[in-house]
Design a binder for this molecule. Structure first.
Ligand code: GDP
Length: 364
């Protein structure tokens, strides 16, 4: 599961990406935090792990991670091959969700490619390129499917209907994300891997002054109106401050945030929101050796979740002992929870929930 960071040049993408990977490198000690210069594996902050660590005193604590890709080079005309356009569009095709960084900070030293600060115009500039890229794919697809249908293969009728609707939407300059599909149609649409169907989180990069004041910001208002229309989410972040915070150690970080009147860093919020954007949840395992968070897609059943730990766990799955994090904390210890009968024994049809603390029983 990968998130792509996109946006026009000079909006703060790299600043944010560097902060993400730097904070990650320190927090989790990942040896390969930066796989390539523009790909970073970032630990997902989870306060529940700290609580469990106090309870279990484990040898190690392992957070789960997500991957961010800094996709630079998107400019007006990218879909026509301007700049390094097409290469970057192909990078965006490979990600599962998009963090779209939008410049909301004024700084006369930093040139805006279009001369002024206007978040919605900026979004539309990028969206237009992405829509054009999808349009090209869909024109070819529709043409090909029409031909196949003509040659008598009726099974393409349903596909063609969906394809044509998508094509029309793109021609109107709208994203696939903004369309309504029923379950079957959605399956067809998902198989196209279109860029504008990917979920988006808008990260409004605001100035150092605006981050701690909740004052009415006209630009932000404009941005949230825009994103509400397509059902996306907006969050504010100040890339510059996050870059500074990422260089501090834990104690200093807390002080710094307190000074700004913030309870949590923007990065931490961004990572958590990105995680949810991908439809991911975490279950937890806890013992004297390790306290750990594991990533699964929402809706996964116990055996498949077990398979994330080891394929043997899935193959030999017998049952899962499950308790919610909250209940466990309330009881104070696993044994106390067991005595109270709060540790449930769940079978192969149990759907794992976010924050479940799980012990799998399996045959080897
Ligand atoms: P990118 O082209 O989108 O990757 O943008 P960069 O991250 O390279 O940022 C462009 C310039 O804007 C750099 O000089 C950053 O230091 C500056 N910058 C980024 N975020 C902020 C911010 O929140 N406030 C201010 N004042 N400058 C910022």
């Amino acid at each position: 599961m990968k998130l792509g960071i996109v946006g026009l040049p000079n909006v703060g993408k790299s600043t944010l990406f560097n902060a993400l990977t730097k904070a990650g490198a320190e927090a989790a000690n990942y040896p390969f935090c930066t796989i390539e210069p523009n790909v970073g594996i970032v630990p997902v902050p989870d306060e529940r792990l700290d609580v469990l660590a106090k309870m279990y005193n484990p040898e190690k604590v392992t957070p789960t991670t997500i991957e961010f890709v800094d996709i630079a080079g998107l400019v007006k005309g990218a879909s026509k091959g301007e700049g390094l356009g097409n290469k970057f569009l192909s990078h965006i095709r490979e990600v599962d969700a998009i963090v779209h960084v939008v410049r909301c900070f004024e700084d006369s030293d930093i040139v805006h490619v279009d001369g002024s600060i206007s978040p919605v115009r900026d979004i539309e500039t990028i969206e237009t390129e992405l829509i054009l890229a999808d349009l090209e794919v869909m024109e070819r697809r529709v043409e090909k499917t029409r031909k196949m249908l003509k040659s008598g293969d009726k099974k393409y009728k349903i596909e063609l209907d969906v394809y044509e609707r998508i094509l029309k939407t793109l021609e109107e300059g709208k994203t696939v994300r903004s369309m309504d599909f029923d379950q079957d149609e959605k399956k067809i649409a998902d198989e196209l891997f279109l860029i504008t169907s990917k979920p988006v989180l808008y990260a409004a990069n605001v100035s150092e002054e605006d981050i701690s004041s909740e004052k009415d910001n006209a630009l932000l208002k404009e941005l949230s109106d825009y994103s509400n229309k397509e059902g996306s989410e907006v969050m504010t972040v100040c890339a510059k401050i996050e870059e500074e915070i990422a260089q501090l150690d834990e104690g200093e970080r807390e002080e710094f945030l307190k000074g700004l009147g913030l309870s949590e860093s923007g990065l931490s919020k961004l990572i958590k929101k990105s995680y949810r954007l991908l439809g991911l949840i975490s279950f937890l395992t806890a013992g004297p050796k390790e306290v750990r968070a594991w990533t699964i897609s929402e809706g996964l059943k116990a055996p498949q979740a077990a398979g994330k730990i080891h394929s043997d766990f899935e193959r030999g799955f017998i049952r899962a002992e499950v308790i919610s994090f909250e209940e466990l904390v309330e009881c104070g210890s696993y044994n106390a929870a067991k005595e109270k009968g709060l540790v449930r024994s769940e079978g192969k049809d149990y759907v794992i929930k976010d924050g479940d603390v799980v012990l799998f029983r399996f045959n080897v």
